[in-house]
Write a protein that binds this ligand. Structure first.
Ligand code: SAM
Length: 209
């Protein structure tokens, strides 16, 4: 599908590669003990995170995005990963197909209903006791002023709708207001980029009802 990311796809990696590198490495480290497991990156963009995992011996990698242009970049580099061009809020993938699902820098830019649908879809796709890893912004008393300023500028450049959704996300306390306590248990979280970004790992709690 053609999306807002048609232009961004051309500049996303060249502009953000170095800023995102410590985060990509932290995610790699968080997942190292799960090399044999099946991993889905929802809203994978240019697939950079999975490419790094692939270089480090991960085998069962799946990458899903709605943007043709971002996925065109993801296909470069001949990394062995399965690519799906789909809407992450309503995929065609079967229930409980993945040990681990990650969503990186995609939740903050959505309206509230879409944020909830995205996390619900991840819940549906994760196996019993599997993991959800979310990388996204966190603004609180740990976040430095420099991080808040820099991130706000980047989000403003991304356009009005994107920026309005980002502001709502921050005002609503980010992830903590979106993750249902009867669906996921927080295992650990790690702050990066002057504490402006959180890498949070949750375990799926099976709802027996
Ligand atoms: C800011 S980029 C993040 C890309 C990547 N996860 C990363 O960490 O660099 C957000 C991505 O979400 C994708 N996206 C937005 N809405 C989507 C949807 N409903 N389904 C699938 N992908 C979506 C966009 O196409 C874009 O590639």
């Amino acid at each position: 599908m053609n999306t807002d990311y048609d232009f961004t796809a051309k500049i996303y990696d060249p502009i953000l590669f170095f800023a995102l590198k410590p985060i990509r490495i932290a995610v790699l480290n968080a997942l190292l003990k799960y090399k044999e497991q099946t991993i889905l990156d929802l809203c994978c963009g240019t697939g950079n995170q999975l490419k790094l995992l692939s270089k480090n011996g991960f085998k069962n990698l799946h990458c899903l995005d709605i943007s043709d242009s971002m996925l065109k970049v993801a296909k470069n580099g001949a990394c062995p990963m399965k690519i799906y061009n789909e809407d992450a809020t309503k995929t065609s993938l079967k229930n409980e197909s993945f040990d681990i699902t990650m969503i990186s820098f995609a939740i903050h830019e959505k309206d509230r209903a879409t944020q909830k649908n995205l996390i619900e879809e991840a819940y549906r796709l994760i196996k019993k006791d599997g993991l959800l890893l979310i990388v996204d912004y966190a603004f609180d008393n740990k976040t430095t002023k420099l991080a808040k300023r820099g991130i706000s500028i980047i989000e403003r450049i991304a356009g009005k709708e994107h920026y309005d959704n980002f502001k709502n996300y921050i005002q609503n306390n980010g992830l903590s207001s979106l993750i249902k306590k009867d669906h996921f248990k927080l295992l650990k979280s790690n702050r990066k980029l002057l504490s402006g970004v959180t890498i949070s790992t949750y375990q799926k709690i099976k709802n027996e009802a």
